[in-house]
Design a protein around this ligand. Structure first.
Ligand SMILES: Nc1nc2c(ncn2[C@@H]2O[C@H](COP(=O)(O)OP(=O)(O)OP(=O)(O)O)[C@@H](O)[C@H]2O)c(=O)[nH]1
Ligand SMILES: [Mg+2]
Length: 222
């Protein structure tokens, strides 16, 4: 008996990439700039979204898509912070994909948004494999996760356009070698733009907010 290998995973990813390109075209057509936030559970994705809405909401019209396995806790947090928000429950899937984003885009008032922030499902593996059609991908690493994460989860570090190091207020309390962490990142993604910050104290947030505001304005608002 002969065994035939069918590259199913590759086909799924190709189909996903085609849909992601359509999502991007749709966002471009309506002038919405989109970010895909990825991180492990509890790194501070929703906290960073809340801070971004509170501090940039006066300049930019912000929408949020929250990806989670279950519950609408994060969408409620984003709405309470002042954004138009939509929850996607993946029903157990460990990542968002371009089909899910397309369906979410259909339900949002894109004409009245400048910036769309997508919070991906919390983990460092699956989200890295599925493009959504957003303009930039951002990884949030948090200090208490440990300084070895670039070495253990290289795929997600390789593919992102910016890195946030959250919870720097906890540096005095945990064992975390910043040089070791940054050396790992530099090998995988040389020159990666990085924002060390704390959503709790606000330290470092200005540089992150300036990066977003400048990028969005340069792209769509002139
Ligand atoms: N000390 C400290 N705690 C923080 C900081 N940012 C977030 N937290 C806390 O970390 C916990 C998780 O924050 P979330 O923003 O819910 O994290 P998340 O990545 O959205 O989590 P999931 O959506 O469950 O994957 C909460 O208790 C936050 O208050 C920070 O900068 N410093
Ligand atoms: Mg969250």
């Amino acid at each position: 008996m002969t065994t035939v290998h069918i590259p199913v995973v590759e086909k799924i990813l190709n189909a996903n990439d085609r849909l992601a390109a359509e999502n991007r075209a749709r966002l471009d057509a309506v002038g919405v700039y989109a970010l895909n936030l990825m991180a492990s559970p509890g790194a501070g994705k929703t906290s960073l979204i809340e801070q971004t809405i509170k501090r940039l909401g006066g300049q930019l019209r912000i929408g949020v898509i929250e990806g989670d396995i279950a519950t609408s806790i994060d969408a409620e947090r984003a709405a309470a912070a002042g954004a138009v928000s939509l929850q996607i429950n993946t029903g157990g899937e460990c990542h968002l994909d371009a089909v899910m984003l397309r369906s979410a885009l259909e339900q949002l008032p894109l004409d009245s948004l400048d910036l769309l922030i997508v919070e991906n499902v919390g983990n460092l593996i699956c989200p890295a494999s599925f493009q959504l059609g957003t303009h930039k991908s951002v990884l949030i690493a948090s200090v208490p996760e440990g300084d070895d994460k670039p070495y253990k989860y290289p795929g997600i570090y390789r593919g992102v356009d910016a890195l946030v190091i959250n919870k720097i207020d906890l540096l005095p309390y945990v064992t975390y070698n910043e040089d070791y962490f940054r050396r790992g990142v530099e090998i995988l993604n040389p020159g990666l733009v990085t924002f060390p910050l704390s959503c709790r104290t606000g330290e470092g947030l200005d540089a992150w907010l300036a990066w977003i505001a400048d990028t969005v304005k340069a792209r769509f608002l002139g």
